[in-house]
Write a protein that binds this ligand. Structure first.
Ligand SMILES: Cc1cc2nc3c(=O)[nH]c(=O)nc-3n(C[C@H](O)[C@H](O)[C@H](O)COP(=O)(O)OP(=O)(O)OC[C@H]3O[C@@H](n4cnc5c(N)ncnc54)[C@H](O)[C@@H]3O)c2cc1C
Length: 380
């Protein structure tokens, strides 16, 4: 029979991570964001407990699980009010790409740090002039003897200030290839972008001015092109969806608690169907997004990358819509209190919009479904 519930081990992992999340919670997360601090304590404790390395193969120090396990960790932390953005890039994208395509030497070099949480690597594909059109990226790597010379720029890259390396997507000839670039490499500079998100992580524009890299900075094959890239992007979408469903559960929980207590006509406001039905609808939508996300993760773990791609796009779309609706409705349920910092919802507004935009926008996710699931022609 097809399983519609996660394994006992996965459920136990969720419970354990939820306990860690509750120890820190939204107060810790948003205080760090407001005060310009990072969530280092939470990151390190999650790493020490093996949660950040749960999907890294055992022979490199990880838990030997799959992307569904890592997604469950992020979802539970987000449900507790701590959506750790760098989990999406460091263990998920970079970890997956290196585990799948790195040479044995590269796996030995890069994966143990991800497994123990002592190393953070971020990911750079977005460019100012290419945007959603990743086929249009202009950053280039050319050979110089055994070395590579990297030139170009990236934008909206998260967490460069917290990372030792950026996994950069650059063209070699016409094909996209992946390079591990040290953040302190001569010729590599970055500039913080002034964002409106209330989040501990920052975004940056990167400039590569003839950055010299050793031969083994190239991860995988320069021939692999988009196939290799998409192997890393499906986990990214699954993780983004998990962060969003977690945040949606967080917002719904706050709304339900408030709706059960607040009285202005002698009964809790949650007794009015104008309040209870939108919350019930959200519960259904969040559960649907979670199921799609779990399906995408299961397909990815089974190596069915094409089907995983379709499910990951659908999951990311559904989760992005669910989290925007959940934060909006939670604010509405709180009345004026919804806009007061004390109630801890208004600061999540911009972040809830993020899943609609990144790592792939709502429109591009729908384009994927229109073209690949429905066979409709493309306009671009
Ligand atoms: C907080 C944050 C963190 C990020 N972190 C990272 C990171 O770590 N690494 C990284 O590489 N990138 C990162 N990004 C970038 C992110 O992936 C891009 O913003 C996203 O892919 C959209 O690209 P764009 O902003 O250039 O929008 P554009 O491509 O300019 O799109 C603008 C609008 O037009 C729509 N549109 C574009 N083309 C089409 C089309 N063919 N059909 C219909 N609609 C279309 C889009 O859906 C969107 O609504 C981050 C972004 C943010 C906001």
């Amino acid at each position: 029979m097809t399983a519609f519930v996660e394994s006992k081990e996965r459920r136990e992992l969720r419970e354990a991570v939820a306990r860690l999340g509750q120890k820190y919670g939204e107060a810790y997360f948003y205080a760090a964001a407001r005060e310009g601090r990072k969530t280092t304590e939470l990151w390190q404790e999650a790493a020490a407990l093996g949660y950040l390395g749960v999907s890294i193969p055992e022979q490199y120090g990880g838990g030997g699980g799959d992307i569904g396990d890592l997604a469950a960790v992020l979802e539970e932390l987000a449900t507790a009010g701590c959506p750790l953005l760098l989990m999406v890039v460091s263990p998920a994208i970079v970890g997956t790409v290196i585990a799948l395509f790195g040479s044995e030497e590269q796996k030995q070099r890069w994966l143990p740090g991800l497994a123990s949480g002592t190393a953070t690597y971020v990911f750079g594909i977005t460019e100012p002039d290419a945007g959603s059109n990743t086929h249009q990226i202009a950053t280039q790597a050319r050979r110089d003897g055994d070395d590579w010379i990297l030139s170009g720029s990236k934008t909206y890259i998260s967490g460069v200030d917290e990372a030792s390396h950026v996994l950069v997507v650059a063209r070699v000839g016409k094909r996209p290839s992946l390079f591990m670039v040290p953040v302190d490499a001569p010729g590599f500079t970055h500039q913080k972008i002034d964002m409106g998100l209330v989040a501990p992580e920052d975004q940056f524009t990167l400039f590569f001015d003839d950055v010299r890299l050793p031969a083994d900075a190239l991860i995988g094959s320069e021939e692999a092109g988009f196939d290799q890239l998409f192997a890393g992007l499906n986990p990214e979408r699954i993780m983004a969806a998990s962060s969003a469903t977690g945040m949606a559960r967080w917002a719904l929980r706050k709304a339900v608690a408030y709706a059960g207590e607040r009285q202005v006509w002698g009964v809790p406001i949650g007794a009015h169907q104008a309040i209870s039905h939108p919350l019930a609808k959200l519960h259904v939508e969040i559960e649907a997004a979670r199921l799609l996300t779990q399906k995408a993760a299961a397909l990815h773990a089974a190596g069915e990358l094409k089907a995983a791609g379709e499910a990951a796009n659908m999951a990311k779309y559904a989760a992005g819509e669910a989290v925007c609706a959940a934060v909006d409705q939670a604010i509405q349920t709180h009345g004026g209190n919804g806009l007061a910092n004390e109630y801890g919802l208004v600061q999540a507004l911009a972040t809830s919009r993020l899943t609609r935009m990144a790592p792939v926008s709502r429109e591009m996710a729908l384009n994927f479904v229109a073209q690949f699931s429905l066979g409709l022609p493309r306009s671009y």
